[in-house]
Design a protein. Sequence first.
Length: 201
Amino acid sequence: MIPYPRLALAFAAALALSSSAGRAADQGPIVVPLYPTRYSDGATQLGIDVTIGSKTRRLLFDTGLSGLRVLASALPDDAYKRTGREAKASYGSGIEVQGEEADAAVAVGAAHGANVPFEVIDRLACSPHLITDCPKELIESKEFAGIYPGIFGAYLQAPLQGCCASALYFLDGKLGRRFIVHANFAGPTLTLNPDPATMRP
């Protein structure tokens, strides 16, 4: 199970992140629901519904990682266009995702992006830097908390281009370049393009 979402969300009831870009003045805030999953050990992960092409999938939501990465088996071939460029990432759980960069139309709530780069995951493996012995059952149990077909990394980390920068950066109208996560597990939300007054300490 990937530990980052627990760390990113457990220490605060509301987390505010922003890039250097200003708020899209001609568009109001967009509130996107997040969906908590509670585990037997008491920890909670958050999911977010993301539409890629015409297919909507609930993905693991993570504010501590950057990039949209989805299993190829979870999407129809016509939902995206592969670029031929290799993509991969390693996680603290010891899992490495290997695949290819792709472009697709992506929607998060009412916000859309016409040409968003992301990783299509073709293979799951052990990270050579973290685990030396990684049986198949370990990979399967840790694959995005064992219930999600991919991860939505929201962190706006430079360089903000290509795969795999945060998909929020590529939403039309710069709507995803400022956001707030309200991590109240009774009703968690992601607010895109929040009012400036909301961002004040």
